[in-house]
Design a binder for this molecule. Structure first.
Ligand SMILES: [Fe+2]
Ligand SMILES: [Fe+2]
Length: 139
């Protein structure tokens, strides 16, 4: 079965412009990763694709954490811990067998990434958006 790209929807937006933009790019990157991993057997390129995802995830997480810091978000530490866990999983090539050239492994990886992305974005990141919104309301 061919992978269908997961399209960005208005519903995924949290109302924080920079965060929404970065999430949209993140989802595009996951889609492209799946598309490319399904068709290439070049181990160097496969590694480079994983590095691209991991570098973008790190950038996005730091950017989000800095926003949380500036806003005095009380959930920052816990949120940082969750970000850190994903980076460790992505970096742990042995447990995720990134370079194994198997379609099954690619699909396991992509399911994991998509589940993680949607769960985190729509729940944990949304808590921060709610915090920002509630702080902007007049008392
Ligand atoms: Fe995020
Ligand atoms: Fe986050």
């Amino acid at each position: 079965m061919k992978h269908q790209p997961i399209e960005w929807k208005h519903d995924y937006e949290l109302g924080i412009e920079d965060v929404d933009f970065q999430h949209h790019c993140f989802l595009n990157l996951i889609n492209r990763l799946f598309y490319e991993l399904e068709k290439t057997k070049d181990a160097n390129y496969r590694n480079a694709l994983i590095n691209e995802l991991s570098a973008y995830a790190k950038f996005h997480f730091i950017s989000e954490e800095n926003m949380m810091y500036r806003a005095g978000y009380p959930g920052l530490e816990e949120h940082q811990r969750i970000h850190c866990e994903l980076i460790e999983k992505i970096s742990n090539k042995e447990s995720y067998f990134w370079v194994e050239q198997s379609l099954h492994n690619t699909r396991v990886l992509m399911n994991f990434l998509l589940n993680w992305f949607f769960h985190h974005t729509l729940n944990e990141d949304r808590l921060f958006a709610n915090y920002l919104n509630s702080n902007e309301k007049p008392d």
